[in-house]
Design a protein around this ligand. Structure first.
Ligand code: XMP
Ligand code: MG
Length: 176
């Protein structure tokens, strides 16, 4: 275990098993649709890679990189990298590492709906329900977690720890 990790919450095997379960649900719901998996950079990449192994459909992939301003309640976000494709008429599944306040995903969802996507839903590896300040829920949730700062499997602190093969709680002394 990495020295900055206080506790491991989910191992690689547990995440993989969860991806298998989510993949089944997604295949059931999207087998007759035009599914586009949209990964939110950078944190969603390991989860998207694992999850998509179990989505045995003709899907396409796209990526967005957005940043939201800290500490404001407004829905302003900056698009650092936009999608490559036109989403009109497509069924979009936004793939995220963690859903916290909901600001990022509620803004992106509204934006893609405005562009004419047929449907826009969310799959998130982790859901910090207590953190929610924007009214948005994910259709598929891997694990519900308490309000602790977590790292690994894509999640970072200061761009570090994304490569850890598990999700863990970061020691307080590392960010205080
Ligand atoms: P929202 O808009 O839902 O944003 O507040 C979710 C984004 O916030 C970041 N986030 C975290 N990142 N450990 C992290 O590494 C955490 O515990 C955590 N909580 C929120 C993350 O970038 C996510 O995309
Ligand atoms: Mg993120």
């Amino acid at each position: 275990m990495h020295k900055d990790v206080k506790e491991i919450l989910y191992t690689q095997d547990e995440i993989s098993q969860k991806c298998k379960e989510l993949g089944k649900l997604i295949m059931n719901d999207y087998h007759d649709k035009n599914l586009v998996l949209v990964g939110l950079l950078k944190g969603s990449v390991p989860f998207l890679a694992e999850l998509s192994k179990y989505v045995n459909l003709d899907v396409t992939f796209d990526y967005m990189d957005v940043s939201s301003y800290e500490g404001t309640e407004s829905r302003t976000i900056t698009i650092k990298k936009d999608l490559d494709q036109d989403v009109k008429g497509k069924d979009i599944l936004l793939v995220e590492d963690i859903l916290d306040t909901g600001k990022t995903l509620s803004t992106v969802k509204a934006m893609l709906e405005e562009r004419g996507a047929a449907t826009v839903e969310i799959v998130t590896m982790l859901d910090k329900k207590e953190g929610r300040t924007f009214p948005i829920e994910a259709k598929y949730v891997g694990f519900e977690i308490p309000n602790a700062f977590v790292i690994g499997f894509g999640l970072d602190f200061d761009e570090k720890y994304r490569n850890l093969p598990y999700v863990g709680i970061l020691k307080e002394e590392c960010y205080q």
